[in-house]
Design a binder for this molecule. Structure first.
Ligand code: IMP
Ligand code: MG
Length: 187
């Protein structure tokens, strides 16, 4: 049996660093949205671990909804730029303060698409909170309101982020060993 931890070349952000930063984000969001009707829209699947910790760090009333997006096509570590809605919201966001909860912003295609779509539904406000940000990879400008960590241009996994749908359960953000990307290597 293989242990996922053996596949990691480097831990980029530890569990403790994640929790410290998420506590700060929760404080900032609680302050900024005090007295307002707040709806967190989590982008599945990558955002789910971040959401579950972040919402416990937010101490004002709020609700949560989910949307599932697919943005990866053929290549396994490059965003295709083609964004598909796999599962839409099942509630109206009209007159609500919407905060999108995302795992990572890379090229920006996914969020630019989601923002354009959700804006047509007349929310009172629409903001973005991402755990990770890769500024050097941006192809489309996106205004990001809350950022957990800026990271270098490396493909990362763990804490919700996957490679081929695996590694989401790792409690830290890490970089995979290069041989794990090779289809010829044994996994
Ligand atoms: P974008 O459209 O290029 O901004 O890509 C955003 C989506 O690509 C994210 O929601 C992730 O699902 C995925 N993604 C981008 N970079 C990484 C990474 O380093 N590891 C895992 N998934 C990533
Ligand atoms: Mg993904």
């Amino acid at each position: 049996m293989s242990d996922l931890h053996n596949d990691i070349a480097q831990v980029l952000i530890t569990q403790a660093q994640l929790q410290t930063r998420i506590t700060e984000l929760g404080e900032a969001i609680s302050r900024d949205y005090a007295g307002k009707d707040l709806l967190l829209v989590c982008i599945l699947k990558g955002g789910v671990l971040f959401l579950s910790d972040l919402m416990r760090a937010i101490h004002i009333p709020h609700s949560i909804e989910f949307m599932a997006i697919s943005s990866y096509g053929g290549a396994r570590t490059e965003s295709s730029g083609v964004v598909r809605i796999m599962m839409d919201l099942n509630t109206s966001i009209e007159n609500r303060n919407v905060l999108i909860i995302e795992d990572i912003i890379d090229t920006g295609h996914t969020l630019a698409h989601i923002v354009d779509l959700l804006k047509t539904r007349n929310p009172t406000s629409l903001k973005i909170c991402t755990l990770l940000n890769k500024p050097s990879r941006r192809e489309i400008p996106v205004k990001v309101d809350y950022i957990g960590f800026d990271i270098p241009n490396e493909f990362v996994i763990g804490y919700g982020l996957d490679f081929d749908e695996v590694y989401r359960n790792l409690p830290f953000v890490g970089v995979l060993k290069p041989e794990k990307y090779s289809p010829n290597e044994e996994k």
